[in-house]
Design a protein around this ligand. Structure first.
Ligand SMILES: CC(C)(COP(=O)(O)OP(=O)(O)OC[C@H]1O[C@@H](n2cnc3c(N)ncnc32)[C@H](O)[C@@H]1OP(=O)(O)O)[C@@H](O)C(=O)NCCC(=O)NCCS
Length: 193
């Protein structure tokens, strides 16, 4: 469960020649999962209303979510540089709280987290991954489209029915639009070699 799976093994790595790895989180990672998400989502506090739920989650709630649902962390050496949460639901893997702090962005870390979780979904026999994106963040909708997700629903917030999220789904079996090996990126999909 806690085994680290190397994601980047290519010859081109942009930063310090250290590979990014992704592994499942355990309950003991709750603090770092929470802090990583807080750093990543802080900028949205005053951008979307209501603000992202992660900003109000306690460490105990994050630990419980990891232990009952699941989470992954991305590491650069020993430094946690990203995280995401997931939940296996009937027919699909739900992926949420995808988080990369500003300092580490633009290195393909979120792409690596998504690729890892899509492989995990397939290993569970699930043929679909889903995310939910606040409608007020069209850049995030476009980012998931870039990764092969398509809008499937428009869902009102459970407390504020005038606030909508876009449900997006991807049929698995197709690869993420990975960085082609030998080009400028650091990451390839783990099972693509
Ligand atoms: C969103 C977030 C996770 C991205 O992390 P990241 O590690 O910088 O992302 P990556 O480096 O893997 O790159 C994202 C990919 O999406 C693409 N992308 C990003 N915005 C895009 C847009 N508006 N349209 C199309 N593609 C887009 C990027 O070009 C990149 O693809 P490429 O490598 O093929 O060029 C990070 O910015 C973050 O934590 N944001 C705050 C929290 C948040 O909004 N989380 C998502 C919740 S729905």
């Amino acid at each position: 469960m806690t085994e680290a799976r190397p994601i980047a093994a290519g010859s081109k790595r942009r930063h310090n020649q250290v590979a990014i790895t992704v592994r499942f989180a355990t309950g003991d990672d709750a603090s770092v999962v929470r802090e990583t998400a807080l750093l990543a989502f802080a900028e949205l506090r005053d951008v979307i209303d209501p603000p992202p739920g992660i900003l109000f989650e306690t460490g105990d709630e994050v630990r419980r979510a990891i232990e009952t649902e699941g989470a992954v962390v991305a590491l650069d050496g020993e430094v946690v540089v990203g995280s995401a949460r997931f939940e296996a639901r009937p027919g699909y893997l739900y992926i949420g709280r995808l988080a990369v702090p500003p300092l580490f962005r633009g290195r393909g870390i979120a792409t690596a987290l998504m690729a890892f979780l899509e492989v995990h979904a397939r290993s569970l026999g699930l043929s679909e991954a889903r995310v939910s994106v606040r409608e007020a963040l069209p850049g995030n909708v476009a980012m998931f489209e870039h990764w092969g997700y398509a809008p499937v629903s428009r869902d009102p917030h459970h407390r504020l029915p005038h606030v909508f999220s876009i449900g997006m789904a991807k049929r698995l079996g197709q690869a993420l639009p990975t960085v082609a090996r030998g080009q400028s990126g650091i990451l390839d999909e783990p099972d693509a070699r």
